[in-house]
Design a protein around this ligand. Structure first.
Ligand SMILES: NC(=O)c1ccc[n+]([C@@H]2O[C@H](COP(=O)([O-])OP(=O)(O)OC[C@H]3O[C@@H](n4cnc5c(N)ncnc54)[C@H](OP(=O)(O)O)[C@@H]3O)[C@@H](O)[C@H]2O)c1
Length: 316
């Protein structure tokens, strides 16, 4: 179905695609895959609203793109996903500047941090990676509907294989904290969210996808300790060596999800290596786990998320 694969780059995927007149909102725009995604969407002619929490890093990222593309249409917006008040005020500011949005790339993320809590008390990885993005998406939904056909891309990870979402204790109040388990659950939440969002919004012209970008050396590794790196290196010397992508290869699946005509009639899917992923079998390092695409769990997570953010987004 797709002529691209895991080695394809953003420039290859975007070749021949014009995004003139389209508006893209990208979270986590200050570094890594988010910055590369903004670069290539802007190069294709989109107006890109770059969103991140650190003002200096965000401005530096915009300057970096403008140095290569003086005509790039870039706007910047500060937002801390770990504070729902910040998400609300950022969403209001974005809606003032963009009443039609064609692409929302929920890319920002934090991985394997020590136990920390968001301003509203959610476990940091769940709160940042899912809850903040859930609220942002809901608040921007009028502009997504207005700009339809539009797409929402949620950055997930093969880390969703660490486990199903834990509905009995999503914020680690009763169980011992495990930084990888918490990351995995937040990334499972990203897939479940994509499934339910697509179901609720497709009739309004908004489709949603989850993306695993591959393994890319970025600032995401900032919380890793020496033991984590050793564990990774040990794995890389095993029979199945770790394959790292460049940021241009890593962001390619996001850009493919955002722009390819191949997905015009699809939605709610988990994508990797510029393809719709297969259903994972036991021990499979690729593919999507069945618990991450379980419709009942997706609905349950939606209702939980509405409860956590104190806002209802029925759509249908
Ligand atoms: N790199 C990989 O191998 C890999 C693999 C699988 C999935 N992913 C996913 O890909 C996405 C992008 O990751 P990356 O590799 O590009 O990592 P990155 O370079 O660390 O970028 C993450 C971005 O998220 C932002 N962010 C973190 N916490 C935030 C908050 N509370 N509010 C607003 N922004 C926040 C960061 O801003 P600050 O710099 O200010 O913290 C940064 O701009 C993540 O969702 C990640 O889970 C990456």
């Amino acid at each position: 179905m797709s002529r691209f694969d895991g080695a394809s780059t953003t420039d290859q995927v975007i070749e021949g695609v014009s995004l003139k007149g389209k508006c893209a909102v990208v979270t986590g725009a200050s570094s890594g895959l988010g910055l590369e995604t903004c670069r290539v969407l802007a190069a294709a002619g989109a107006k890109v609203l770059m969103v991140a929490r650190n003002k200096e890093a965000l401005e530096a990222a915009a300057v970096e793109i403008r140095q290569q593309q003086p005509d790039a249409q870039l706007l910047t917006q500060i937002m801390d996903l770990a504070d729902l008040d910040s998400v609300r005020s950022a969403a209001a500011a974005i809606l003032k500047r963009a009443d039609k949005i064609q692409l929302l790339i929920n890319n920002a993320g934090v991985m394997a941090c020590p136990l920390m809590r968001t301003a509203q008390g959610f476990e940091m990885q769940f709160g940042t990676n899912h809850v903040g993005h859930f609220l942002l998406t809901g608040l921007l939904s009028p502009a997504l509907i207005n700009g339809s056909p539009s797409r929402v891309i949620n950055l997930s990870s093969a880390g969703h294989k660490f486990g199903p979402f834990n509905f009995s204790d999503p914020n680690y109040h009763q169980r011992e904290y495990d930084k990888w388990q918490a990351y995995g659950e937040s990334k499972t939440a990203n897939v479940l969210f994509s499934l339910e969002l697509d179901l609720r919004m497709r009739e309004r012209g908004v489709r949603a996808f989850a993306v695993h970008p591959g393994m890319i050396m970025t600032n995401l590794a900032r919380h890793l300790e020496a033991a984590d790196i050793t564990a990774l290196t040990d794995r890389s010397s095993s029979s199945e060596p770790l394959v790292f992508k460049t940021p241009e290869q890593g962001a390619a699946t996001t850009v493919w999800a955002a722009t390819t005509f191949d997905l015009a009639l699809e939605g709610g899917k988990y994508l990797e290596d510029c393809h719709i992923a297969h259903a994972a079998e036991s021990g499979d390092s690729n593919g999507v786990e069945s618990y991450a695409v379980d419709p009942a769990e997706a609905k349950q997570l939606w209702l939980l998320s509405e409860n956590l953010v104190g806002h209802s987004f029925p759509f249908n």
